[in-house]
Design a protein around this ligand. Structure first.
Ligand code: SF4
Length: 437
């Protein structure tokens, strides 16, 4: 008996939930006349599953029938599960219906390998073409490139989508060979390189001709599975850095391995997904992309695993106590960024505000500085932490669940008076107004 679309959706939505490489960013296409949907005000609509991962409301597979047999995947050929496939028309209609009902903002489309990688890509392209060309859908679309597919198909997909991604899955060639023998790391990196070249060419075309059609304007992303193999955090973070630097990757997503199938080379089914490790990797990734850290900074003592108890920035600060405290009224921007509790925006605000007057502690809190920073700074020569940065007890106080530890603010009252007089408040709002978003 023919399966209904809602039955297919149940199976194919569940089949896609372990892929975390979806987030909408970096694109600002407005809807034109006669178009439905826009990427301007929001991207994909996200929700959180029970196990804490972020998914979009229409995050589906074209099909969960798969010729490949990746050991870690619920859709692997040998797994005995209900199988289903959408036709391109069914999936395009479903997307539009959900969009019109305001359930979703876009589509994240992946698939098992149906017949061959090229055949699968053709089906996915057909779906996206119906959406873009027939229904004039202008919302966000992120599609996977199937490993091993012809480069020309990736090119066609990139013309239709906002973002495309190819999952690298593991940091080492050996792990991929062991657990996904149908895939080749050389091919995957080769495809990523072709997409990067195409993105660069397109940027050049669009610099010369504003009307040149865009190619994946939100760039490409990839996913690495964490905890299925013995790969160390240092290897993973170094790889991520190379992907950002050499391939211009927009995002590397880390997916804590969820044991969904029994396999002798994988952790047992009773193993919990390493979600804290996944979280720490995202924090390390952030430090590399926006805070000027290198993998060697983060893993400076050659310990190849991230500390799970505190975030990587605190971990670095505790190991480099001699770097602190830094004086907020004189430290340069990059030194401020090394202080736990001072983010990019706060560092920018501090640097700008110092042009007008010396800062007091209350100014810093208003600018968004988190209180744990007081353990690592001086304000006008005064240290306000309860213990020095090299105190072994500090790590305990700064653990995630203990970050509201007490700080002695002996200048709070005088700063409060400043605020009452309006000087601090005026200064802060002037700085906020002039800060970049
Ligand atoms: S190619 Fe591998 S990871 Fe992708 S659906 Fe098939 S078995 Fe799963």
């Amino acid at each position: 008996m023919e399966m209904s679309v809602s039955e297919k959706l149940k199976i194919l939505g569940a089949g896609a939930k372990y892929d975390v490489s979806c987030a909408s960013s970096g694109v600002s296409r407005k809807s034109g006349s006669g178009q439905t949907g826009s990427t301007v005000f929001s991207g994909l609509c996200h929700t959180f599953t029970e196990d804490g991962r972020c998914i979009s409301l229409l995050k589906v597979l074209m099909s969960n029938k798969c010729r490949f047999n990746c050991a870690y995947c619920v859709n692997r050929a040998e797994n005995d599960i209900p199988r289903a496939s959408f036709t391109p028309r069914e999936l395009a209609d479903l997307t539009m219906e959900f969009y019109r009902r305001n359930y979703i903002e876009g589509l994240f489309l992946s698939s098992g390998v149906v017949g061959s990688p090229d055949n699968t890509m053709e089906l996915m392209i057909k779906t996206v073409k119906i959406l873009r060309e027939e229904y004039r859908f202008g919302g966000y679309i992120h599609a996977k490139i199937i490993p091993g597919a012809d480069e020309r198909l990736a090119e066609r997909m990139g013309r239709l989508c906002d973002r495309i991604s190819i999952n690298l899955e593991f940091a080492s060639r050996r792990a991929l060979k062991l657990l996904a023998s149908d895939k080749s790391q050389t091919d995957i990196i080769g495809s990523m390189g072709s997409v990067t070249n195409r993105l660069l060419e397109n940027a050049e075309e669009r610099r010369k001709f504003k009307s040149a059609p865009p190619f994946a304007p939100a760039g490409q992303s990839t996913q690495l599975i964490i905890g299925a193999t013995a790969e160390r955090d240092y290897t993973i973070v170094r790889l991520a850095q190379a992907l950002y630097k050499r391939l211009g990757m927009k995002r590397v997503y880390y997916s804590a391995y969820v044991p969904v199938v029994k396999h002798p080379d994988l952790p047992g089914r009773d193993t919990s997904p390493p979600l804290v490790r996944e979280h720490r990797l995202y924090q390390a990734d952030w430090l590399i992309r926006f805070y000027g850290f290198t993998p060697e900074d983060i893993f400076s003592d050659r310990d190849e695993s991230l500390d799970l108890e505190v975030d990587p920035k605190i971990s670095w600060a505790l190991k480099h106590a001699d770097f602190f405290p830094v004086e907020v009224n004189t430290a340069d921007y990059y030194t401020l960024l090394r202080v736990p509790g001072i983010g990019q925006r706060t560092a920018q605000r501090i640097v700008q505000a110092r042009r007008f007057s010396r800062l007091e502690d209350i100014n810093l809190i208003k600018m968004g500085m988190v209180r744990r920073a007081f353990y690592f700074i001086t304000v006008n020569g005064r240290f306000l932490g309860r213990c020095a940065p090299d105190n072994p007890a500090l790590k305990f106080m700064l653990r995630d669940n203990n970050i509201n530890c007490q700080i002695t603010f002996d200048s709070l009252m005088s700063a409060k008076r400043l605020e009452d007089e309006g000087s601090a408040a005026g200064l802060i709002s002037a700085v906020s107004a002039s800060s970049p978003a």
